[in-house]
Design a protein around this ligand. Structure first.
Ligand code: SF4
Length: 357
């Protein structure tokens, strides 16, 4: 199978089988850019309602650039990887100020925007501006390592580079956007991680893995390192006079930056969880508290570690809470909690607190 035949077969298949998505067929580079940022680390079905809501809140790059970061994070709440939202917001200002409100058309310019890496740069410039830049994501890696019969570890930069080079040779210069989307669609619908549907694959004629019966072992990915697990204690301080609850705004440069949370931190060895909460609140807020009752505990997994979070009601004994390790602290009523963007685990706590009232 020649490269030309590969591209033709793939594009023909895509014309007949592409799925409907709210951003498919979209000509506005701004919306294409938003969709590509959302689709990083996120499935299509999960991203779709967020995309629709985001576009209704911020229909143009100008609307996004002039919005408040808190509004953007609120629209992103629950989608995870919040640096994407912060970077997108910062990049929208850059587009307005440095590019006259137009999403840059070339790879070398768009990649200068915050949060835009090689994948997004290739995806946006090919789909929005017809530039022949090949995307390489997990789907493309799976399709091409199988097609070429590459048995090397796909975690290695060398393997990824090999796949990138081959994808760049294959891409159809006339239809680069469709070609890229077709590759990803093929990976997600036909060349699936297990039981690929080789009988219905448009590039089966040239595929090494199917010929050699190696679709079970290609792609090879070396085992991931075990994620560390942390026990976290957080405090819910209720103010006696008005029952308001204290929340803190995480520093912008930290993980989950710009989101609100209940203050707390990691349990140390030989410490009871109540002691963790009391110590953490002293360190973070400069107050003495008594942790007196557990609200709930829950487990959550992030990309590089997992946690069990224990949330405790606390009584304020002395001191006035100060944002020693956060941007700001605020007393809010239970009803107001829903207005603030929280990361997922904290969001569960806010819902529990709201139910109780
Ligand atoms: S023939 Fe099978 S293994 Fe090869 S690319 Fe197609 S679906 Fe994947």
């Amino acid at each position: 199978m020649t490269n030309q035949e590969f591209a033709t077969e793939l594009l023909n298949w895509y014309q007949d089988h592409k799925r409907q998505m709210p951003w498919r067929g979209e000509a506005d580079p701004y919306k294409i850019w938003i969709s590509e940022i959302m689709l990083q680390q996120t499935r299509v079905d999960q991203a779709t309602p967020y995309f629709q809501n985001f576009i209704s809140l911020f229909p143009t790059v100008y609307d996004l650039a002039k919005s408040d970061q808190q509004e953007v994070l609120k629209a992103w709440e629950g989608l995870g990887y919040y640096s994407r939202a912060r970077n997108l917001h910062a990049a929208s200002k850059m587009v307005v100020e440095e590019f006259d409100g137009k999403v840059p058309e070339t790879y070398n310019k768009i990649i200068k925007l915050k949060g835009v890496g090689p994948y997004t740069a290739a995806a946006v410039t090919s789909i929005a501006f017809n530039k022949p830049n090949a995307v390489v994501d997990g789907n493309v890696i799976r399709v091409l390592t199988r097609y070429l019969g590459i048995e090397d570890d796909t975690r290695s930069t060398k393997t990824r580079r090999k796949v990138q080079e081959f994808a760049s040779e294959l891409i159809d210069p006339e239809h680069p956007g469709d070609f890229n989307q077709a590759m990803m669609e093929l990976g997600s619908e036909i060349c699936t991680p297990s039981n690929p549907d080789c009988q219905n694959c448009p590039i089966q004629a040239g595929c090494v893995a199917t010929k050699m019966a190696k679709t079970d072992t290609i792609p090879y990915k070396s085992p991931a390192k075990k994620k560390p697990h942390h026990i976290i204690g957080v405090g819910i301080i209720e103010r006696d006079e008005d029952d308001k609850i204290l929340i803190a705004l995480r520093p912008n440069d930290a993980m989950l930056g710009g989101l609100w949370e209940f203050p707390g931190g990691k349990k140390e060895d030989n410490e009871k969880i109540q002691q963790t909460v009391e110590r953490e609140l002293k360190e973070e807020l400069g107050v003495e508290v008594k942790a007196y009752k557990e609200l709930m505990s829950l487990k959550h997994t992030y990309s590089h570690f997992s946690i069990t979070m224990h949330a405790w009601f606390c009584k304020l004994i002395s001191g006035d809470p100060k944002p020693k390790e956060s941007q700001e602290v605020r007393w809010v009523s239970r009803e107001e909690l829903g207005k603030f963007p929280f990361p997922k685990a904290n969001k569960v706590l806010t819902e529990k607190l709201t139910q109780k009232s």
